[in-house]
Design a protein around this ligand. Structure first.
Ligand SMILES: Cc1cc2nc3c(=O)[nH]c(=O)nc-3n(C[C@H](O)[C@H](O)[C@H](O)COP(=O)(O)O)c2cc1C
Length: 393
C-alpha cells in the first residue's frame, strides 16, 4: 500500500499526486495540514517506557497505525532553505516509534533495529531545493527504516537552486558568542546542553563570554532572535534528527528575519547518536546554505557522533565523552570559526572498517542493547523493547 502524507494541503491536488506516483495501486492520501501534530521532543518514551507508542497524544497516532500497514511512504512537502520545511520534517521526526531502541549493523552501518517491516520512502516536494540533495535525503531516511528510496520528485514550479553561503567574512576578533541550543529536548535532559557547557568552558578559559538560548522553551525564542540580530557571531548547537535538522529548530529558523543591519556569522555544532562522521555530512550540506539566507557568512560546522547516552552515563564516563568539546571551545575562541583542519579530524571515522564492525558486533552490541533493557526497566517499562503495539500488515 502507498501511504501519502500531504503536509502542504488541498493546493496539491490528489489526482496530481496519484499521477506522479509510479505504482498507483492502493494509494491512501492523508492531508496532514489540518491535523494536530506536535514536534518530536526526544523524550525516548516510545523506545524505553512504552515501546512503539508515542508519548504525545495528538493526531499522529492514527498516522503511525497506517504506516504499520504501508509498504511505501510518500511525503508531500514544501521546502524552506533548500530543504523540507518544518511541517514536512515534523511528520518524519515522529516515525521513530517504528524503530526499536536496540542497535545492530545493517548493510555495514550501525542502525536501530526495525520494530515492524521495512518501509520505502519517496518525496514529492514543492519549492526551491537542490534536487540531488533531496534524492540523498530519501535514500538515507529509507535506509534507516530498512527500505529503498522511491526517489524525490519535484512538483511543477520547482527549480534547482544550489544554496551556498560565503565562508567566514568577519575580520573582528571573537569576544562574545550567542549560543542557541536547537534540541527539542528540555535543557535538563538535553545532551546538547552538556556538550555546550563543555565547549563554553573552553571559550571562557580564553576570556570569551557567551549566552545561551534553548529552543525547547518557546518563551526563549524572542530573546534568541534578538541576540542573533544584535551580535556578530552565533553558534547553533543541535542533535541530528532523522538525518537532518529537528523540525522544531526548522520552525524557529523559519521565523528568523532574512535581513540584518550588522554583519553576522553563523556556525554550527552538530552531533548525534551514531558514531560515524559520514552520518552527519548530509546535514552539513544543508547547513552550508543556511547562513546566506539570513545575510550571514558561514563559520563552518563542528561534527561529532556518539552522543546518545551522555545524560544517562555515570559522571566519569559522561565527563570523558564531553571533555573533547572543551578543547574545541578553546580553538573556536582563537579562530572565531570552525574552518580549521582540526575540525575535520574531530568528526571521527567516516565509517568503521569491516574488522571493527565485526568486533563491535561480537563484543559490545550485546552489552549496549542489554544496557538499554536495564534502562527501560528502571523507567518502569513492563514490555519487551521490540513490542509491537499496532497490528503489522
Ligand atoms: C526523533 C529522533 C531522531 C534521531 N535521529 C538521529 C539520526 O538520524 N542520526 C543519529 O545519529 N542520531 C539520531 N538521533 C539521536 C540524537 O541525535 C542523540 O540522541 C542526541 O544526543 C540528542 O541530543 P539532545 O539530548 O540534546 O536532544 C535521533 C533522536 C531522536 C529523538
Amino acid at each position: 500500500m502507498n501511504l501519502v502524507l500531504n503536509t502542504i494541503g488541498a493546493s496539491v491536488d490528489n489526482d496530481m499526486i496519484c499521477s506522479l506516483i509510479p505504482n498507483k495501486k492502493e494509494v491512501e492520501i492523508i492531508n496532514t495540514s489540518d491535523m494536530k501534530i506536535a514536534h518530536c521532543m526526544g523524550c525516548n518514551q516510545c523506545w524505553l517506557k512504552t515501546p512503539g507508542v508515542c508519548a504525545i497524544k495528538d493526531d499522529y497516532e492514527s498516522i503511525l497505525k497506517k504506516l504499520v500497514q504501508a509498504d511505501n511512504l510518500w511525503l508531500v512537502s514544501d521546502t524552506h532553505f533548500g530543504f523540507l520545511n518544518y511541517k514536512g520534517k515534523r511528520v518524519m521526526d515522529r516515525i521513530v516509534p517504528l524503530l526499536n531502541m536496540t542497535v545492530g549493523f545493517r548493510d555495514g552501518w550501525m542502525r536501530h533495529e526495525l520494530r515492524y517491516h521495512a518501509l520505502n520512502i519517496g518525496l514529492l516536494y514543492q519549492g526551491d531545493a537542490d534536487h540531488a540533495m533531496m534524492e540523498d535525503w530519501c535514500k538515507r531516511t529509507a535506509a534507516n527504516i530498512g527500505g529503498q528510496s522511491l526517489g524525490a520528485i519535484a512538483l511543477p514550479s520547482t527549480f534547482d537552486q544550489p544554496f551556498n553561503s560565503k565562508l567566514s567574512t568577519l575580520n573582528s576578533k571573537l569576544k562574545h558568542l550567542v549560543i542557541i541550543n536547537g534540541s527539542p529536548r528540555v535543557e535538563k535532559f538535553s545532551n546538547t546542553d552538556k556538550i555546550i557547557r563543555s565547549f563554553a568552558k573552553g571559550m571562557e578559559e580564553a576570556g570569551i563570554t557567551w549566552e545561551l538560548h534553548n529552543l525547547s522553551n518557546r518563551n526563549e525564542w524572542d530573546a534568541a532572535r534578538e541576540a542573533f540580530l544584535t551580535h556578530e557571531r552565533t553558534l547553533i548547537a543541535f542533535p541530528l534528527y532523522v538525518e537532518c535538522i529537528p523540525s522544531l529548530m526548522l520552525e524557529f529558523l523559519e521565523t528568523l528575519p532574512k535581513e540584518r543591519q550588522h554583519p553576522g556569522e553563523l556556525s554550527f555544532l552538530l552531533h548525534g547518536g551514531m558514531d560515524e562522521g559520514f552520518e552527519f555530512r548530509f546535514c552539513e550540506r544543508v547547513l552550508q546554505g543556511l547562513p546566506s539566507q539570513f545575510g550571514c557568512s558561514y563559520g563552518g560546522t563542528l561534527i561529532r557522533g556518539g552522543s546518545f547516552s551522555i545524560r544517562t552515563r555515570e559522571p566519569a564516563i559522561k565527563a570523558k565523552i564531553i571533555a573533547p568539546f572543551e578543547k574545541m571551545g578553546h580553538l573556536f575562541a582563537q579562530n572565531g570559526n570552525f574552518l580549521s583542519p582540526e575540525v575535520k579530524k574531530f568528526a571521527g571515522p567516516k565509517q568503521y572498517p569491516w574488522l571493527v564492525r565485526k568486533m563491535v558486533s561480537l563484543l559490545f552490541l550485546k552489552k549496549v542493547n542489554g544496557e538499554f533493557e536495564q534502562f527501560a526497566k528502571d523507567w518502569g517499562c513492563t514490555r519487551p523493547l521490540n513490542y509491537k503495539p499496532y497490528s503489522d500488515k
